[in-house]
Design a protein around this ligand. Structure first.
Ligand code: SAM
Length: 286
């Protein structure tokens, strides 16, 4: 049964449709199975444990090496995923590697994830920075899918969720605020000190990217951004990482992302290259 947050988000689908690029218009709409945790709708995977786990583990070790499995953040995700019979798959490992890299470089009090999927981002943000307030802005369908996954978890974060339903919404003491993308201007002047965007700007149109950068600069925030260097969308929009409206922030790092080079599937040839280079960076607009 959909609860009040889900019902409101369903009623916002038409509004966030206006923020969709041709990519998301093709992949996501009212009729998609976005209330199903396991549905694969282009915003990440939710893999349940099965007899195939051993094959996942072998392929993950070949791609990512051994170290990540021993990391503190891996263990924290695992404790929660085990209770849900959820496997740590590639999408989660990408996030673990991200938070392992960020944890000693930033100490945010307010974090905003733009374009999360399957809660990998909000969960990692909470596990890495447990005292931080978290904002998650996304299309309504993805927010519903995240919320369905989140509310089944037996952790404080799952109980502490607020839906922003107007731009003037007053923040509460809840840990997580979820924001449908048509209300993104709620994020202006919020003293957010870290934005995170992973594999998400690469599929938005330029106008939408510009609006998010305006918000990031307005908050004088840092942003961790990890996206394809170039992607052509179905509607022929061409999205270039270097052409985002960066301005002139302080660059803390800016390099090819080492964990967005190869991915695997359980079918031959098992390990493949990503279709295009991914850059990741941490920059500061303070
Ligand atoms: C490929 S998924 C990436 C998910 C996750 N960050 C990851 O790396 O696994 C792209 C995400 O961008 C979101 N997205 C698309 N258009 C958006 C918009 N206008 N505002 C916010 N998020 C958007 C999608 O809903 C989806 O969650």
């Amino acid at each position: 049964m959909a609860n009040i947050i889900e019902k409101k988000l369903i009623s916002y689908i038409d509004k966030t449709d206006e923020n969709k690029s041709s990519h998301w218009k093709k992949y996501l709409d009212k009729n998609s199975s976005f209330r199903d945790k396991a549905s694969h709708l282009g915003f990440g995977t939710y893999t349940s444990k099965s007899y195939k786990d051993i094959f996942h583990k072998i392929l993950q070790k070949l791609i990512f090496g051994n170290k990540v499995f021993k990391s503190e953040i891996f263990q924290k995700y695992k404790k929660i995923f085990d209770l849900q019979n959820r496997l740590i798959d590639t999408d989660t490992i990408r996030h673990i590697l991200t938070f392992e890299k960020l944890k000693n470089k930033v100490n945010p009090k307010k974090i905003c994830i733009i374009g999360d999927g399957k809660i990998n981002g909000i969960l990692g943000a909470h596990l890495t920075f447990p005292d931080a307030k978290i904002f998650s802005v996304n299309l309504s369908e993805t927010l519903i899918n995240d919320y369905v996954i989140l509310k089944d978890l037996d952790i404080k974060l799952a109980e502490s969720v607020e839906l922003v339903d107007k731009i003037e919404f007053k923040t509460s003491n809840k840990i997580l605020h979820i924001i449908p993308s048509h209300l993104k201007n709620f994020l202006l002047n919020r003293n957010i000190d870290l934005f995170i965007n992973i594999a998400s700007f690469q599929e938005m149109n330029v106008n939408e990217i510009n609006k998010y950068f305006f918000i990031i600069k307005n908050n004088k925030s840092k942003i961790y951004c990890c996206n394809r260097e170039y992607k052509k969308l179905f509607g022929n929009e061409e999205i270039y990482f270097n052409k985002y409206p960066w301005g002139n922030p302080k660059k803390l790092f800016w390099e090819d992302c080492p964990w967005h080079k190869k991915f695997y599937s359980l079918k031959p040839p098992f390990i493949r290259n990503y279709n295009g280079n991914c850059i990741h960076c941490l920059v500061d607009y303070k």
